[in-house]
Write a protein that binds this ligand. Sequence first.
Ligand SMILES: [Zn+2]
Length: 465
Amino acid sequence: MSSQQIKEPRFFAAFGKGDYFKCGEDEKTRLGFWNFFAKGIKPYGYLFSLTYRYAIFPDRNTPVFGDCGARSYRFEEEPTIRGQKVTAQWAITQYEEYLREHVERYLVAPDHILIEGLSHKQLEQRREFNWTQAVNFRALVPDCDNTTAIAVAHGITTGERIDYARSLIDIGYKAIGLGGLVGIGSVKYTLSVVKAIVEALPPEIYVHAFGLCSPAYVKEFANLGVNSFDGSTHLQEGFKGIFLEAIEGQLRRHHCSSNRITIPFCGCVPCSLLSKMGIEPRLSNNRPNNLGRVVHNLESLVRSHRQATLSRRIVLVACVARKLDRASPAKELYCSQWFRTACKYASSTGWEVYFLSARHGLVHPDQVLQPYECNPKKRTRSQTKKWQTMVVNQLKELAPEGAQFTIIGGKAYYKGVKEQLEKVGSYTVSTPLNGLGIGWQLNWLKTHTPKYEQLSLLGLKETYA
Ligand SMILES: [Zn+2]
C-alpha cells in the first residue's frame, strides 16, 4: 500500500494588467486572483511580465516570478518595452520597483528568443545580446535568501541549448530557464527537448520551463525533476469564453454562452466566493463574469496539475443500510444493488478501494464487521461533526498529502470531509454523484463502468462479477 510521492513542480500563474475585481461601495477595493484561493488547491505563485504595468500585487509572502516578456518583442530587432531599451540594468530597476518586498522572488535576466528564419547575422546578434545581459544580470543580482536569478538557455538546436545552459552555470547561475519552447512541436517532441536538457545539467540546478502548463507536460516535469513552470491557459481560454473542468489530470473545455447557463454548477472555492459577489463565471457576457471564469479556470488548471502528478488514488464507496445478518468482511456485509454497482465501478477504476461507514468511518473491504444499524441522516449535528473529523483523520493517516480521493456516495458521506481535506493541503476530493438522486446515481455508475473491465486488485471480482 505504500506509494512513492512524486515531487510536484511549482506553478506560477501568469497575471495580466487589469486582471482584478473592483468591489466595495466606492469600487476602490481591488481583488486579485490570489484573493480567491484558500489553502489547498492554488498556484504556487504568480508571474509578472515587465511588458505590463500592474495596478496590484499579492502580499509579500506570495512567491513571485519576474519575467521580461521576451515573446512580446520577439520580432523586434532590438528588445524594447514601452519604448525603453531592455537591458539587465533596466530590468532590475523594474523588478525592484514592484517586487522589492516579496520574500520569494525569481528574477529572469533579459533575453531575446532565437527563432527559426532569422538570418545568421540576426541570430548572432541575439546570442550576443543574451550573453551580455546574462553576464551583467548575474553581477547585479546576487542569489540571496529571497532572490533567485534565472537565465534562459536559448538555442536553435537542443545541443546549443545544452551548451548555453552549461555556460550560464559556469558564470554562476544556479537556476536555468527553458524558453522559446512554446509552439516548437508536439507535446512529445517538446518534452523530449526538455528531457535532453534536464538530463545534461547537474541535478542541483533549478530548472524552470516557460509557458508550458498543460497537465500533459506537468506529469513529465514531475518525473524529470523540473522545478517550476508557468502559463496563461487560464487567461487565454477564459477570455475566449471557455470554462475549464479538471477531470483525472486532463482539462475538459466547455463553451460559455452569453445569455444562458449550459454548464453544470461548479463548487470550487473561487466559484463559491465569486457567486457571493454576484459573479457568474459560466456566462460570457461582461468583464466581471469573464474574469470570474479566468479565476475558476486557474483553479481547474491547478487541480489538473495536482491530479496529473498524484501517485495515490483512492475510491471511497459509501456503505448502505442493507447488510447480511452475520459478521462478514465489509465487501460482503453490505449487500444492496446500489452498493454492488458502486463497487463494480470502483474496482474498474484501478484505484485503491475503501469503504466509508457511518459507524466506523474508513473501512478496508476485507475488514470483518458485525452487522450494525446507523443512519447518517439521523445523526445530530455534533455527531456528524465528530464523524467527519474521524474520517478526515483516518484518511490523512491512510494516504500522504497529494492523494486524490473519489467519494462514491451521497452528501452525508462527503460533506465536511471534502472541505476539510482540501483545506489541509494538497489533497483533492471529487464527488461525481454530487446532487444526483438514487436512480441517476445508478445510471452514472453503470455508464462509467467499462463493460469489459472486471479486473480488481482487491478480489472484488469474485464477489460482484
Ligand atoms: Zn469553479
